[in-house]
Design a binder for this molecule. Structure first.
Ligand SMILES: Cc1ncc(COP(=O)(O)O)c(C=O)c1O
Length: 372
């Protein structure tokens, strides 16, 4: 295959379309250089960094229009660490987990512990969505809001008829900040900031309801062995002081706060939701009209507005498309590595202007034309 050179005037301004770590806004980095750099190398136990953590916590409550009593807690280790923390600190006896892709499956695996009953798994094929059902004896219902490996979005909604006091936990790692929802419909809304929040990895953040806080405190005093690093009671106590148990990445906190402020200033979560819907619709419409491409997720209600997966007919090898795009600086639209589909996957997180997605589509057409 001869090298495909996309004309420079067709290229997006920024070639980053990956699902995380993902595109940052140039203003975030500029603000970091002008205001944030002086925080680097200073103590996270002193006012400057603690105020930043405090602003993140209050900024998120504003963004998510948090009901009375919800709190923001945070710690190190990303969403993967939060799964283990939740197994130690939030699930009392047994969970039910929705699994339709890699990330739902990873949390379900973390729930198989010696101190919990085996979780009930409600699974379905990648690209589809199952639903949680009320089950006696289950005290925690868990699901990914956006399954990043497949581009399937699930509603944030409590299930009627569950045991009294059962908690709902939403893995919002790739949805938070880009998808509107009603926080009262869940007890634990957790994420890491390297996606819609356009920051870096390594941190987890959770917005927790009064019922979740009560559960964290009760399990903490129950005598269950909980490693300090994975104790949400320790995280709760530190977060209330605007600190983390151990040293956080200060640049990550700065970039996260900058993005929260930008979204809040731009119109909040409903604005972000409209923007990601506009971007993703461009791609779904393009696939709909294409003769060789089609959305991987068939049910329109389950098609994610933040992670768009598009399959290609066998006649078009998607790896040739992604290679040609990569050679032209358009990065990370390869499908999720373990899914094994003839596919591209594009993040339409809120940092990406819809005009950038239009430019990407122009480049896709150019490359496909050259390969056909
Ligand atoms: C839905 C979802 N959950 C969890 C994770 C894991 O996040 P982390 O890499 O911060 O541990 C990811 C990462 O892509 C994700 O997309």
């Amino acid at each position: 295959m001869a090298d495909i050179k996309i004309p420079a005037n067709l290229l997006p301004k920024d070639g980053r379309f990956g699902c995380g770590p993902s595109r940052t806004r140039p203003e975030q980095l500029a603000n970091f250089l002008s205001e944030g750099a002086s925080l680097i190398g200073t103590s996270h136990r002193q006012a400057a960094v603690k105020n930043m953590v405090g602003d993140i916590r209050s900024g998120l409550l504003e963004l998510f229009r948090a009901p009375e009593g919800y709190e923001v807690i945070l710690g190190n280790g990303g969403s993967t660490a939060f799964w283990d923390a939740a197994a130690f600190s939030l699930v009392e006896n047994k969970a039910q987990a929705l699994v339709h892709g890699e990330f739902g499956s990873k949390f379900a695996k973390a729930l198989k512990t010696p101190w919990l009953e085996a979780p009930t798994i409600r699974s379905s094929e990648p690209g589809t969505l199952n639903h949680l059902v009320p089950e006696a004896g289950v005290d925690a219902y868990v699901y990914p809001q956006n399954e990043t490996s497949t581009g399937v979005i699930a509603p944030v909604q409590r299930v009627e008829g569950v045991d009294e006091g059962a908690l709902f936990m939403t893995d919002a790692t790739s949805a938070a900040g880009g998808v509107d929802f009603d926080l009262s419909q869940t007890d634990v809304y957790y994420f890491a900031p390297q996606k819609n929040f356009a920051s870096d990895g390594g941190l987890w953040v959770a917005v927790v309801s009064p019922a979740a806080i009560e559960r964290i405190e009760r399990i903490s005093s129950s005598g269950r062995y909980i490693p300090e690093f994975l104790s949400l009671k320790v995280a709760l106590d530190n977060s209330r002081l605007n600190q983390t148990l151990n040293t956080p990445a200060i640049a990550t906190l700065f970039m996260l706060l900058d993005q929260i402020r930008w979204i809040n200033k731009s119109g909040g979560l409903s604005w972000a939701d409209a923007r990601t819907k506009e971007s993703s619709k461009l791609l779904y419409d393009w696939a709909h009209h294409s003769k060789i491409a089609f959305p991987f997720v068939e049910n329109r209600d389950h098609q994610s507005q933040v992670v768009v997966t598009i399959d290609f007919e066998d006649s078009m090898d998607a790896t040739l498309i992604t290679k040609a795009l990569r050679a032209n600086g358009i990065l990370d639209v390869e499908p999720y590595r373990k899914l094994g589909k003839n596919q591209i996957r594009v993040a339409t997180f809120v940092a990406t202007d819809p005009s950038e997605v239009s430019a990407l589509i122009t480049c896709l057409d150019y490359v496909i034309d050259a390969l056909s």
